[in-house]
Design a protein around this ligand. Structure first.
Ligand code: ATP
Ligand code: MG
Length: 679
């Protein structure tokens, strides 16, 4: 994926010590301590996770082997079993257990609405009441253990409440991001065979009104045409409630038209008013499914990932505690939507499993202006903050003034996830946002892994900008070459994992064969992440891009991530995406799409400077043959660049494949038009 001589330059760059403010109170204070814990987690996972499990509630003892798995197709079916035979309930563990430990009056969730000043909160005791009520509503509607529930909602408190109510009654949830279209919602409802939908009247994202209920209505029509019916649709009165409370506003803060189907639709607030606020949890097997969730669709058709109870709970809880070095008293803010795995593990389950207060934010980073995150950080005195490179890069475009307006003095740990955090963006995060006083946790993981796989620990790991550092407890990463052999020491290759960890995904829903082929088919005996990596001489891991995006120029494997990083370092560049393009002599060459910062103009001179910059930073082999202006890039709704679509644009091929998860397809036509004249 990468030319070692090239990346070595950045691997040998500056090393930043962990923030002294974090070290002082850290759970893991030294690399020696980390290594000791890590070795135990690999050599004796049963004892390691067994100790952590003691903090949680279980009914009965596991039968047989506590941890059993097969990662090798040549040995038969792929499976992972963790604490099978023991009964538990994740909802009970993340709510009731905290109340029994005296946290009942502590805040579980702060809610911050799209409009500044629109906010609320819920304590653990109130959360329990509201979750139990909604669990009883689901039961009254006929939802039983094992039934699947689709949740298509804005980032409002009813979203985690619905998620936790499903967990309480053992009905796996399938959350569909509230920005998806009716067709995408239908695809997911059908694929995961959901029996009921929870939604809301609508939401505002910045100034844009999204009429969620009417999109759900379109979905119902499509479902009806396909002879699929749901038990019912439960609708939260979100925007209309605002209207009830505050009266009509200018511009009108409400959906224009709420369609209502008497047979199917019911209001959330009316249903919860009629049920008890107590609900005995359903005691489930540790290996019963907890939820299904679709991947972002960056590399192809999304996969319905299945996670189970005990392993997911322990892993989400433990990664949250150590990767953010969570302590009682911290306020934690993760900007991800619950529609993604990051929202599942690090807005809902991980924080609650630690009794933490977590912020549910409905709005956008740039509304009403680009200082919104820092406004929230100051308002709630946030100490642990978690976001995505796409947000950091977009805020970089607005310059440091929006950041500096706010104090941010409570911040200690800044996390990142979703894409490679280029060194340039890393430095902006560290120096500008974190004032040079915070630890950065660049966490590499996937929907499939349930929680962090590679990450620094903020109290002990010396950081290298652009590196995701070391494996989390229980993760045994390996670097494989093309032949599937493990390569040792400083090396490049495919990132794979050779040993199961508690929250390894259990299957692709309804298609175990796709699961086995996608993740275990390429290299027998290993879970293959699909990402390339480089391990430097100090053992630090660097993600070099997707295997699918790997580019071979004149026999040199070139990393998209590294070339993009070199391009972004130019003052005028806000974002860059590099793809392959056929070349008569070299086989393949590089084709770069560039988004410039606000106000900058794309010109031949910029192109010349950029080529020069890449030549200087990496070498002539990595200089793109083509550089085109891209006022925007096609991204998934979770904010990842869709390079497979850019590859098609570069080739002037209009057959774009599955673009159902693309956030804004309006940019596509422009990109086709802006292709360089020389092509
Ligand atoms: P699909 O699997 O449908 O193609 P996806 O892989 O984008 O979509 P996710 O599970 O949301 O779906 O994303 C996981 C991927 O995100 C990883 O495989 C990796 O490519 C990328 N990623 C996540 N965190 C990081 C990180 N810290 N550094 C680099 N890449 C990251
Ligand atoms: Mg993936």
């Amino acid at each position: 994926m990468v030319d070692i001589a090239d990346i070595e330059k950045s691997a040998l760059g500056p090393v930043y010590p962990p923030s002294p403010r974090v070290v002082a109170e850290a759970h893991v204070k030294s690399m020696e301590e980390y290594r000791k814990m890590y070795d135990r987690s690999i050599n004796d996972p049963v004892a390691f996770w067994g100790d952590i499990a003691k903090q949680f509630y279980w009914k009965g003892a596991p039968e047989g082997r506590v941890f059993d798995y097969n990662f090798s197709k040549s040995n038969g079916r792929i499976f992972i079993k963790f604490m099978e035979g023991i009964k538990t309930n994740v909802c009970y563990n993340v709510i009731d257990r905290n109340i029994e430990n005296g946290l009942g009056d502590n805040v579980a969730f702060y809610w911050e609405g799209n409009e500044p000043g629109d906010d609320s909160k819920v304590t653990y005791s109130e959360l329990k009441r509201r979750v139990c009520q909604f669990a009883n509503v689901l039961k009254a509607k006929g939802v039983k253990k094992g039934d699947h529930v689709a949740i298509y909602m804005p980032m409002i408190l009813e979203l985690p409440i619905a998620v936790l109510a499903c967990a309480r009654i053992g009905a796996p949830h399938s959350v569909v991001f509230g920005g998806f279209s009716a067709e995408s919602l239908v695809d997911r409802i059908l694929d995961s065979k959901c029996c009921l939908l929870v939604t809301a009247d609508g939401l505002y994202r910045g100034k844009k009104l999204i009429e969620l209920k009417s999109i759900a209505d379109q979905a119902f029509q499509i479902l009806k045409d396909r002879n699929y019916s749901l038990k019912c649709c439960i609708v939260v009165r979100h925007l209309l409630e605002d209207l009830d409370k505050k009266g009509p506003q200018e511009p009108p803060k409400r959906p224009s038209n709420i369609g209502w189907n008497e047979e199917l639709d019911c209001w959330w607030h009316e249903e919860v008013a009629n049920v008890s606020d107590e609900c005995e949890p359903e005691w489930l097997d540790a290996e019963d499914p907890l939820f299904l969730l679709y991947t972002s669709g960056s590399t192809g058709k999304p996969k319905g990932v299945v996670h189970t109870q005990a392993g997911y709970l322990l892993y989400a809880a433990t990664t949250f505690k150590y990767s953010f070095d969570y302590h009682h008293g911290d306020v934690y803010f993760c900007t991800a939507d619950v529609g993604w795995i990051t929202g599942h593990s690090y807005v809902v389950y991980g924080p609650l499993a630690n009794g933490a207060p977590s912020i549910v934010f409905e709005g956008l980073p740039v509304y009403p202006d680009a200082g919104r995150y820092w406004d929230i950080v100051d308002k709630y005195k946030v100490s642990k903050f978690y976001t995505a490179p796409t947000a950091i890069r977009s805020l970089m475009r607005f310059g440091p003034d929006y950041v500096k307006k706010y104090s941010r003095k409570t911040l200690k740990v800044l996390g990142s996830v979703g894409e490679p955090l280029n060194p340039e963006a890393w430095r902006f995060y560290y120096e500008v946002i974190g004032n040079g006083e915070c630890s950065i946790s660049d966490t590499f993981w996937q929907t499939e892994t349930g929680g962090h796989v590679l990450t620094p620990l903020p109290g002990c790991t010396p950081m290298k900008p652009g590196s995701v550092c070391f494996p989390f407890f229980g993760i045994k990463p390996v670097v494989l070459n093309e032949d599937g052999n493990e390569v040792q020491g400083q090396s490049e290759g495919y990132l794979a994992i050779s040993q199961a960890w508690p929250s390894t995904m259990r299957t692709v829903y309804g298609d175990h064969e796709r699961y086995e082929n996608t993740y275990f088919g390429k290299f027998d005996g290993y879970y293959c992440t699909g990402d390339g990596c480089f391990r430097d001489k100090d053992g630090y891991f660097w993600i070099t891009g997707r295997i699918d995006d790997c580019i071979n120029v004149s026999g040199h494997l070139t990393s998209t991530a590294q070339v993009e990083s070199a391009l972004i370092e130019h003052d005028l560049v806000a974002e860059a995406a590099v793809v392959s393009y056929p070349h008569e002599i070299k086989g393949q060459c590089l084709y770069a799409f560039l988004t410039l910062i606000k106000g900058a103009e794309f010109s031949d001179e910029v192109v010349v400077q950029l080529k020069q910059q890449v030549r200087q930073k990496i070498g002539s082999i990595a200089v793109p043959d083509y550089i085109q202006d891209a006022p925007g890039l096609p991204k998934t709704r979770s904010g990842k660049i869709m390079r497979r679509v850019l590859r098609k644009i570069a080739r002037n091929d209009h057959q774009l494949g599955d673009i159902s998860t693309m956030a804004d397809s309006s940019i596509i036509e422009t990109l086709f038009q802006l292709r360089p004249a020389s092509l």
